[in-house]
Design a protein around this ligand. Structure first.
Ligand SMILES: [Zn+2]
Ligand SMILES: [Zn+2]
Length: 166
C-alpha cells in the first residue's frame, strides 16, 4: 500500500492518495465546482469519478451542488440497453446536453436550457426511431444517495453503471 499527500490541480482540496491493488482516493475536503462539472460532463477520470461518487454518498453539500448543475437526467431502456441523457449547467452559463449508451456518446453546448432539451429529444428520436417508452424509462436518481435507491440503481442508472465499470 502506498499513501501520499496530494493536492488537486485546481488546488481546492487536499487529502491522501492511497493505492492498494486498486487505486483509491480519499478526500479530506469537498470537491470543487470544477470537478463536479467535469464529473457531470463525463470528463473526470474513472478512479476519481468513483471516489467522487463515494463522497456524494456522505456529503450533502457536494450533492446539493451537483443537483444544482444537473438540470435533467433521464434514461430510456432501448433494445440496445439503457440510453442516458443529461443537461449540465456549466460555469460558463451554457448548457451541456449529453447522451450516452452502450456504444454511442455525444453532446453539444447550448445557450439555453430549452435548446439543450430540444437537441436531446430530436437526436434520441433520430437514433431510436422505433423506441416506445416503457414504464422503466424515466428520470434517473442523481446519485445512489439513499439505500432505497440502490435497488433501482443496480438495475442500471448511469452512475451505477460507471461504478461497476470503475
Ligand atoms: Zn463534499
Ligand atoms: Zn423510453
Amino acid at each position: 500500500m502506498e499513501i501520499r499527500r496530494f493536492r488537486s490541480v485546481a488546488g481546492t482540496f487536499c487529502g491522501l492518495y492511497v493505492t492498494s491493488g486498486e487505486a483509491m482516493w480519499r478526500f479530506a475536503g469537498h470537491w470543487s465546482a470544477r470537478d463536479l462539472e467535469a464529473y457531470s460532463s463525463g470528463l473526470l477520470e474513472e478512479a476519481r469519478s468513483a471516489a467522487l461518487e463515494e463522497h456524494l454518498l456522505i456529503c450533502e453539500r457536494c450533492m446539493t451542488e451537483l443537483t444544482r448543475i444537473e438540470l435533467h437526467n433521464f434514461v430510456h431502456f432501448t433494445n440496445n440497453g439503457p440510453f442516458y441523457s443529461r443537461i449540465t449547467l456549466l460555469a460558463t452559463g451554457k448548457f451541456l446536453a449529453r447522451h450516452w449508451g452502450k456504444c454511442i456518446e455525444g453532446g453539444r453546448e447550448f445557450r439555453t436550457r430549452a435548446g439543450a432539451k430540444a437537441y436531446l429529444l430530436r437526436s434520441f428520436a433520430q437514433m431510436f426511431p422505433e423506441h416506445v417508452c416503457t414504464p422503466r424509462c424515466g428520470p434517473t436518481a442523481q446519485c445512489p444517495a439513499r439505500p432505497a435507491d440502490l435497488e433501482n440503481l443496480s438495475r442500471g442508472s448511469g452512475r451505477a453503471r460507471r461504478r461497476l465499470r470503475a
